[in-house]
Ligand binder design. Structure first.
Ligand code: NAD
Length: 379
């Protein structure tokens, strides 16, 4: 399978790095890390759900390359993506006598990548991190671009209850390398896999109409985890993320386009009755954003229908499954952190393959967007 290897260079002036995509790559992880960060000690931060077999494969490879490794397991749970978990990781890093040149290797989904990335960004003011993502979402999105961080409690509400605010504490800390082994996706559950597909479609809508065409033509192979289709999908999708990060490392402008669909998604994700995972909420959010784009003359109806059809072929939701009142959803969008100076800023597609940040979206357009994804009977 090594003939399927692809390499993408992320050309950041202060911290360039390479992303390697290759089925079976975990077995060669040790040599790659050793070449990048020659050191005796390393920490392998592992998502408990991938400890076996992926964690063992990576661990053996690191040991064979001469590393003395400390294994540290992390539970991929948003509620535990907190400073307390980071503190426990610092303690493990100290106990393992990691020094400033000791690499941390994050093996797992986006939760583990964000926690381990933040611990690496801050322990001894920063140690090298290698991201080895094992979910499709983490491969095409979270592992690339250097955003790390954890959730933090919001100020308590009138009843004294406090919820966790997402990714409120963090740092930009670019990885030394990203190592993507698509074989690891074989153990990922189908629902989580499809959530990653929503982000791939999002990348296509933002920046590459050909990626949309590719996914349409190869949906069956992709869903069947055909390695050659997956490598192509991940490669194309990662290139989009990498080029956006190169243009705007700190999210001063273009990088915000990656939030397409997310302002809608964040309004429905917390509603327990809907039981939506993030990627599923993004899928519905993409459909709502496309319909707002149609409403404001940025996209035609056929293009929006094409996106909806594709998401649905990928077995992702395109509508809410249960009745929800629209007004609270419109209001919830006002509290999203992409709000600048009181106006709702929203990313909207411009045709297929282009998107823009719009800051004058009126509430009526938002209502129409929600109405388009409402389940029958929504008010
Ligand atoms: N840093 C960024 O730029 C960025 C971007 C997007 C999302 N994120 C963050 O990423 C997180 C979501 O990441 P995610 O979707 O990967 O979710 P996740 O990390 O929660 O992983 C999903 C589930 O799959 C399990 N898992 C992971 N790989 C597996 C495998 N190969 N086989 C079997 N099980 C496996 C995990 O243990 C977890 O139960 C969120 O916290 C989000 O804030 C960060």
């Amino acid at each position: 399978l090594s003939d399927l290897r692809r390499t993408i260079d992320v050309d950041l002036p202060a911290s360039p790095y390479a992303i390697t995509i290759e089925p079976g790559r975990l077995e060669g992880m040790g040599i790659l890390v050793r070449d990048l960060v020659p050191n005796d000690r390393a920490m392998l931060a592992i998502d408990t759900n991938v400890a076996d077999p992926h964690g063992s494969i990576a661990g053996y490879s690191l040991i064979a390359a001469g590393f003395e490794i400390a294994r540290h397991e992390l539970i991929a749970d948003e509620k535990r993506k907190t400073l307390a978990t980071v503190e426990a990781m610092y303690a493990a890093m100290l106990a393992a006598k990691l020094d400033r040149r000791s690499p941390v290797i994050a093996l797992g989904g986006g939760v583990v990548g964000d926690i381990a990335g933040f611990a690496a960004a801050t322990y001894l003011r920063g140690v090298p991190i290698v991201q080895a993502p094992t979910t499709l979402l983490a491969m095409v999105d979270a592992s690339v671009g250097g955003k790390t961080g954890v959730n933090f409690p919001l100020p308590p509400d009138a009843d004294g209850c406090s919820e966790l605010g997402k990714n409120l504490v963090g740092a930009f800390w670019q990885p030394r390398a990203v190592l993507i082994d698509p074989l690891t996706l074989r153990t990922l559950d189908d629902r989580d896999f499809r959530c990653g597909l929503a982000e791939c479609v999002k990348h296509g809508v933002i920046a590459d109409a050909d990626l949309i065409t590719f996914i349409e033509a190869n949906a069956e192979d992709i869903l069947a985890l055909d390695m050659s289709a997956l490598v192509e999908l991940i490669d194309r999708s990662v290139r989009i993320k990498a080029s956006i990060v190169e243009a705007d490392e700190r999210e001063a402008g273009r990088r915000a386009l990656l939030n397409l669909g997310h302002t809608f998604a964040h309004a429905i994700e917390p509603i327990e009755a809907l039981d939506l995972r993030h990627g599923e909420a993004v899928s519905i959010g993409l459909c709502a954003a496309c319909r707002c784009a149609v409403q404001t003359g940025r996209m035609n109806g056929d293009e929006a229908s094409r996106v909806e059809r594709l998401l649905s072929n990928l077995e992702l939701p395109t509508r809410l499954r249960q009745p929800v009142s629209i007004e609270p959803l419109v209001n919830a969008m006002g509290y999203d952190k992409k709000v600048a100076s009181g106006r709702v800023r929203l990313v909207l597609p411009r045709g297929l393959g282009e998107a823009e940040l719009v800051d004058d979206v009126d509430e009526e357009t938002l209502r129409l967007g929600w109405a388009a994804v409402a389940s029958d009977g929504d008010a």
